[in-house]
Design a binder for this molecule. Sequence first.
Ligand code: NAD
Length: 484
Amino acid sequence: MRFQPKASHFIDGQYVESAGGEAIRVLYPATGETIARLHAATPDVVEKALQSAMAAQKEWGAMTGTERGRVLRRAADILRARNYDLSELETHDTGKPIQETLVADVSSGADALEYFGGLAASLTGEYIPLANGDFAYTIPEPLGVCVGIGAWNYPIQIACSKAAPALACGNAMIFKPSETTPLSALKLAEALVEAGAPKGVFNVVQGYGDVGAALVADRRVAKVSLTGSVPTGRKVYAAAAEGMKHVTMELGGKSPLIVFDDADLENSVSGAIIGNFFSSGQVCSNGTRVFVQKRIKTAFLERLSSRLDSAKIGDPMDPEVNFGPLVSERQVEIVKAYIAKGLAEGARLVYGGFQLDRPGFYLQPTVFADVTDKMTIAREEIFGPVMSVLEFETEEEVIARANATEFGLAAGVFTRDLTRAHRVAKGFEAGTCYINTYNLAPVEAPFGGSKLSGVGRENSKLALHHYTEMKTIYVSMNELRAPY
Ligand code: NAD
């Protein structure tokens, strides 16, 4: 098997196996073939990862930010130099078209390493002058050993988004990839060691939810950053609270995308396509509730359908293909059940709706019109290629409806009216908002959710605050007087 790693885990600078651990079979979503066989970590492997991370963190945390930054930037260069091979691996692990993985996955991971590598030396405290010549100063200190837990839709990007700020701040990280896509994080671990990171600064441990839970519960772990669903987020947040640990939660969404009737039609259809069908709809921030103003609804749906006719569905390794399979058979079944619910609850299927009659986990891009706010497909995260189109009349009405959700990850608005665009963006209850575009997440800008969609932010300088703790040192310059 070409994509079989040397062993399941990467700990203390080397591959480690746990032959007795639960089997993890990795499938190529385009064919259903097995491409690798791994084993979940057994308790002794988890222990090994923790001990190695504890020791490595001391060495790494004692290095200067400049030295740590140099290592991260070298790792970024290594990932970029291997972009094709790593993208091919990511395509086999996730099923996403090579056209996407070549430009979006490894490269955004490298961006994170480069960006946080650049910031590492800028981490400083402040001098605070106080009364009578006293003063205080602050030191941003690393938290210690952090745990990263990943989802399966952007495996290497998620690993880098967590590892880069954690390591920049002098922490060590133990990363548990999703059991569905365990392969590329191992390559990141290799690259970091090659770039000069002390062994154990970034360990990869494979497993299902129980391995993640064991890491979260360990008293030696100072912080947990999870990318996953809201139900998992609830469990992980609660477990972390037991030990008063720091958390970052990047969870699910049901984001609104509003198209006003003055918007550029072609751009707004592009926004809806990018916001629903990239990665076969398996993107957390997708704008799956597309609110279209009444006057242009028919034109919007017609243009959308004709644009979808030109989607090239097929073998994700074909560079022309721009729509691949879903990640697993289980995900296909989940999405099919939502499509059936949409039909049963009275939504009008205007595009797709069916599984393709071919090997692999393929579903057509699917569009429902006449969707109402109460329908299940308008309320729950589907995490597949299903767009719901809802009609609206006024700005006030659509803002209220857009916000009537327990999620708050992202939101978008298409309009040519400048003041309305900013007014609507200000009115959104969401962490990441877009005007006349959708689904971009550059490393320079904060990304994350409000309400049930999460806690904390990834990307940007803000992420550094989530991986450091500020120590304050008060210095007296005066004789000390006590009352007795
Ligand atoms: P999931 O919640 O099923 O699993 C996520 C990870 O958590 C996996 O690695 C899993 O093994 C682990 N896990 C499960 N139970 C655990 C427990 N009790 N303790 C510790 N770890 C546990 O999510 P998924 O199906 O892999 O991914 C899809 C979800 O991720 C969607 O809801 C999507 O919106 C979300 N997501 C969010 C973002 C974001 O940035 N906000 C990005 C990508 C995906």
